[in-house]
Design a protein around this ligand. Sequence first.
Ligand SMILES: NC(=O)C1=CN([C@@H]2O[C@H](COP(=O)(O)OP(=O)(O)OC[C@H]3O[C@@H](n4cnc5c(N)ncnc54)[C@H](O)[C@@H]3O)[C@@H](O)[C@H]2O)C=CC1
Ligand SMILES: O=C(O)[C@H]1O[C@H](OP(=O)(O)OP(=O)(O)OC[C@H]2O[C@@H](n3ccc(=O)[nH]c3=O)[C@H](O)[C@@H]2O)[C@H](O)[C@@H](O)[C@@H]1O
Length: 471
Amino acid sequence: MVAPVKKICCIGAGYVGGPTCAVIALKCPQIEVTIVDLNKARIDAWNSPDYQLPIYEPGLLEVVRQARGRNLFFSTDVDAAIEAADLIFVSVNTPTKKSGVGAGYAADLAYVESATRRIADVATRSKIVVEKSTVPCRTAESMRTILEANSKPNCRFDILSNPEFLAEGTAIDDLFAPDRVLIGSLQTPEGVAACEALASVYANWVPRERILTVGLWSSELSKLAANAMLAQRISSINSLSALCENTGANVEELAHAMGRDTRIGPKFLRASVGFGGSCFQKDILNLVYISESVHLPEVAAYWRQVVEMNEYQKHRFAKTVVDTLFNTITNKTIAVLGFAFKADTGDTRESPAIALVRSFLLESAKVTIYDPKVPHEQIWLDLSETLPDWPIEKIQKSVTIAPSALEAAKKSEAIVIATEWKEFREIDWKVIYDTMKKPAFVFDGRLILDAPKLREIGFRVKQIGRPEVLA
Ligand SMILES: NC(=O)C1=CN([C@@H]2O[C@H](COP(=O)(O)OP(=O)(O)OC[C@H]3O[C@@H](n4cnc5c(N)ncnc54)[C@H](O)[C@@H]3O)[C@@H](O)[C@H]2O)C=CC1
Ligand SMILES: O=C(O)[C@H]1O[C@H](OP(=O)(O)OP(=O)(O)OC[C@H]2O[C@@H](n3ccc(=O)[nH]c3=O)[C@H](O)[C@@H]2O)[C@H](O)[C@@H](O)[C@@H]1O
């Protein structure tokens, strides 16, 4: 019999730790869940009386409203939460290394290591430690070595891998009804027992047949592999979108025709201006690094190409804008609609919009930006980071953040759809047209607009993967 988990601590109150453990608290009222973070501002936001949560995610507010203060707590007291817990999720960031060995490719495990060392220093009794962060294969071994070398007598740690597969924007739905929950453990009696303890937590709402238990290393590598496969589909369809634009084929018809083959399936075949988000690129580069580390250069090159195709797609789209606007956008105003990396999130990490705005600014254009969820400070921060040689005053001379799509579009030469926000489909495009300079161009990087209707209004429209000549 495995002792039931009564207290959970989650280290890291970010996009994964927050929603994941809030849902565990909601679904398991008998378990006390404390989510901790070193970032006080973030914890204060999670605790804010008016529920101004630090991340926007549909449905999250309702979950937090129901569970916070009942059996869900947010705190900066990391040590107290570690000490009290039976099971600890490590859900800290694992960004790509910026310097040193593996810079630009390898995952920076400094945060995972410091959280692990904290657990070893603080814990006075045995605990289950769960890797929730996405980590390179065999990270659990390093964690075990650190924990065993620093633990107190009579303290044993069982390490599990439990990667997270939620996507931003649908996180709550994904967590309520996951395709699968993956748990990796050592195949020892203790490892299997720890695995069962965690599986029992999920079994409060996830059907048992969806809880997959595998070896530790398979679990760690499966997460990187899943993201690589998903991103590879996008780069594949995006490579085909370039072919479509040059052959008269239509990428949506192509995706539809391919997707009807049940072996291929219809999902993740939406051509776009490129994939963004904090993980796809980072995790593929990590896979490339691992492949090179084990002397598999062909495997590394194969996966690197997925990222290169993504860069190509962003560059290709920006170039189309310049080419179409009579080969110069100097002093022209481009309205960029959407700045988040996808709809229904305020997250801008690796957003293709950043690369587009950067290209336009380097071409001396004026840019107006509208996004319904991204905070203005975040946009300034992202632009400063992508143009490190430009003082913020210079950026702010060329960029305006608008309060609505209509305001952004006023007196502009062109509109660029960078994020597939639903509201962009529902805009009164006739009103927008009337406020713009003529000829008025629309570049749809997300295939969300009704191009024939826009052409009827008078717009000249270009869409990713569609061959239409300009009206
Ligand atoms: N964002 C996403 O949709 C997904 C992310 N992942 C993975 O989950 C992990 C976390 O990602 P996010 O939640 O997006 O990152 P995030 O950056 O939003 O959150 C991580 C949090 O950990 C905190 N932290 C770092 N070191 C700490 C320490 N020693 N003690 C206490 N707090 C500490 C940071 O202050 C930060 O608030 C990454 O490995 C990522 O690859 C996996 C699936 C989905
Ligand atoms: O490890 C992670 O962080 C997560 O990464 C992705 O989730 P996320 O990045 O939040 O969002 P996605 O829906 O996968 O979209 C990623 C990017 O690809 C783009 N995309 C997606 C699908 C598509 O068909 N075409 C396309 O261009 C999106 O616009 C977005 O920029 C995966 O879908 C999750 O399973 C995974 O847990």
